[in-house]
Design a protein around this ligand. Structure first.
Ligand SMILES: [Zn+2]
Length: 417
């Protein structure tokens, strides 16, 4: 079986999987390619991929790691795929399954990405790591660095939710808070990501931004979400809802389905729909459009790749508002007992929007990825519980007698308690 290798998406040049982040010839992005026929014939993957194991035990043969002793893991992956009957009824489809990436060790899907990339770098003997993120990559990097006895440096905006910055500090990482460039200075914000790559390399550190142009190993972790979904469902879902964010997760998820097809484990592909929040980011289907002045709009680093993936899958891009996202958080929590952070509910907001727009069919099986845990942003949680229906206002009482169960104002049958 041939070792996996890098292929430049621009010129097609091939390279071994070393400490390389861009094509040396033309700076093109690098994707990781595997010897799929070799994996089928010589690896354990055909036996392990459907087993309810954790990420490395199950999919190690289709991840870039060579030295298994260098793996740094906290038991990521193997997250619940929960059937949600009430949601299915609400959106008008046969079945809705939520993939709870919020159940990963640090509460988000980024654990898969960080585990893959930090393990590979550990193989090269690297000890210092740096990242900048909206919070969750920083949290994951801090935890996995602690686990491996390595050093993490995390740059986040001052506006990042306090629960995330505290989580980063708890794991013992060095946290740097940087000013929010604000609308009108998005070029500076974007260049911060690429400058950070150069800064890390200059200081002998590994840049751990979860975007293919910065670290092509990171996004390999996302594809294992697709493997688990198909393995557990026993079939390919009709429609998969994924948040857009930087675009890498969507691209990675699509890569996962494509690899399953390549391996002959599935014979069809799902439709993938991306949910992108309206606001400061350039809509990924309009990157390069002059209407979206780069001074005011941030171009997601993997936006083009994500948009290509959506088009290939015959899916669509849905724009969701802040209110759509809060409503989705509230609906998931009160109908299914699933508490997602705002970014974790983008995909669900897209699912509700697709239902309102009549895109879904009644015989479909839909999977929606919940990317992060609600406890990561308690400010948003407070807003929901205070402002949305289905959440009860707090009542201050001096004794049990003053408390009235909300469902009964008249007769209470003691035997029911
Ligand atoms: Zn190239």
């Amino acid at each position: 079986m041939k070792e996996p290798w890098f292929e430049c998406v621009r010129c097609g040049a091939e390279y071994p999987l070393t400490e390389l982040y861009r094509c040396p010839k033309d700076s093109g992005e690098l994707k990781i390619v595997y010897d799929y026929q070799g994996i089928l014939k010589e690896s354990a993957l055909p036996k392990t991929w459907k087993h309810p194991l954790r990420m490395w035990e199950r999919f190690g043969d289709i991840l870039p790691q060579k030295d298994k002793q260098a793996i740094i893991s906290l038991g990521e992956g193997g997250t619940p795929l929960v059937r949600c009957r009430r949601l299915a009824e609400k959106v008008g489809v046969k079945d809705v399954y939520l993939k709870l990436e919020s159940c990963n060790p640090t509460g988000s899907f980024k654990d898969r990405q960080v585990s893959v990339a930090i393990s590979k770098a550990n193989e090269w003997g690297k000890t210092g790591f740096g990242t900048t993120s909206s919070g969750n990559v920083g949290v994951a990097l801090s935890a996995y660095s602690a686990r491996g006895g390595l050093q993490a440096h995390v740059w986040v905006l001052e506006t990042t939710a306090a629960s995330k910055t505290q989580q980063i500090q708890v794991y013992g990482a060095q946290l740097f808070l940087v000013p929010d460039p604000g609308k009108g200075n998005m070029i500076a914000y974007r260049s911060f990501f690429t400058e950070m790559q150069a800064f890390c390399i200059k200081h002998g550190m590994v840049p751990m931004v979860s975007a293919r142009p910065v670290n092509p190993y990171m996004i390999e972790g996302s594809k294992t979400i697709s493997f688990e979904v198909v393995g557990e469902l026993g079939e390919v879902p009709d429609h998969v809802f994924v948040p857009v964010g930087g675009g890498g997760m969507l691209g990675g998820t699509w890569k996962g389905f494509r690899e399953l097809l390549e391996l002959g484990f599935i014979d069809r592909l799902p439709v993938v729909t991306g949910s992108q929040k309206v606001g400061d980011n350039t809509p990924i289907n309009r990157i390069g459009d002059l209407e979206f002045d780069p001074n005011h709009y941030f171009e997601p680093l993997d936006g083009r790749w994500a948009w290509e993936s959506i088009q290939e899958s015959k899916g669509s891009l849905l724009h969701v508002t802040e209110q759509d996202i809060r409503t989705a958080q509230s609906e998931l929590a009160t109908n299914e007992g699933i508490f997602a952070e705002p970014q974790g509910a983008y995909a669900a907001a897209g699912l509700f929007k697709a239902s309102r727009e009549g895109v879904l069919k009644s015989d479909q099986t839909v999977v929606c990825v919940v990317t992060g845990m609600g406890l990561k942003d308690m400010k948003a949680a407070r807003e929901i519980s205070e402002n949305y229906p289905d959440h009860h206002a707090v009542k201050h009482v001096g004794s049990l007698e003053e408390s009235t169960p909300f469902f009964l104002n008249e007769i209470i049958h003691p035997q029911n308690f």
